[in-house]
Design a protein around this ligand. Structure first.
Ligand SMILES: Nc1ncnc2c1ncn2[C@@H]1O[C@H](COP(=O)(O)OP(=O)(O)O)[C@@H](O)[C@H]1O
Ligand SMILES: [Mg+2]
Length: 222
């Protein structure tokens, strides 16, 4: 059994733009080993989010291969990718992406239910306790601060105990105090669950907390 969680070979991502195709990722090769934490850094527009989306199977590479946990994501259709992510990948975005018509508890429990977890609501409650929101389980996203919403998003990402955690500038919409609290939580959840973490950030202090940084520039590894 291999300990390589991600194996990317010559990954290309080219999207249709108004003035013809735009090359967003231009030949990315990298490996991430089990239990590693890796920061993706680089200037705005360098392709960090696009690379994370390709690693998470949310965007299909237009060239090259992406293996995650030994499976070739580039050979999967959207349904297969969605099934693959279930329970294996937890993803956190800058803008929280909570479902507005669901309570905090429902937001966390729903993916667990979809993954076939028997005690989904019990597990969701535990996860909300861990992020310090045990008293807010019945609140809707609009009734919570940005920091609280991101805690819910973290609980949702971590509750299925995924092998992989992907985070795209998870503190980008938060003030520095809330941002620091979310980062502490992200790293402590990662330690607790032993997940492999890939974190997009342009904050050098956060990048320092990871085992390794990969700098992108103009769709390539700099
Ligand atoms: N859907 C899209 N269509 C066309 N261009 C896109 C699309 N998404 C991103 N881009 C372009 O791809 C480049 C990389 O974007 P992105 O991955 O979001 O960079 P980063 O996260 O490093 O800021 C940027 O130039 C951006 O404008
Ligand atoms: Mg980005």
């Amino acid at each position: 059994m291999s300990d390589t969680v991600f194996h990317l070979q010559d990954v290309l991502l080219s999207l249709k733009g108004n003035a013809g195709p735009v090359d967003i990722l231009r030949g990315i090769s990298l490996n991430v080993e089990s239990g590693e934490s890796v920061a993706l850094t680089g200037p705005s527009g360098s392709g960090k989010s696009s690379l994370l989306m390709v690693m998470g199977g949310l965007e299909q590479a237009t060239g090259g291969t992406v293996h995650a946990l030994g499976q070739d994501l580039t050979a999967m259709n959207e349904d297969a990718l969605a099934r693959f992510r279930q329970g294996r990948m937890g993803i956190v975005f800058q803008s929280f992406h909570l479902i507005p018509t669901m309570t905090a508890l429902e937001n966390v429990a729903t993916p667990l239910e979809l993954a076939g977890v028997q005690d989904a609501f019990e597990r969701a409650r535990e996860a909300l306790d861990i992020v310090g929101l045990g008293h807010r389980t019945g609140h809707y996203p609009a009734q919570m601060s940005g920091g609280e919403q991101q805690r819910v998003a973290l609980a949702r990402a971590c509750a299925p105990r995924p092998a992989i955690l992907l985070a795209d500038e998870p503190t980008g919409n938060l003030d520095s105090a809330n941002g620091a609290a979310i980062m502490d939580l992200l790293f402590s959840l990662r330690d607790q669950y032993g997940a492999t973490l890939v974190l997009v950030t342009h904050d050098p202090v956060l990048a320092e907390r990871c085992d390794r940084s990969i700098a992108l520039a103009d769709g390539k590894i700099a």
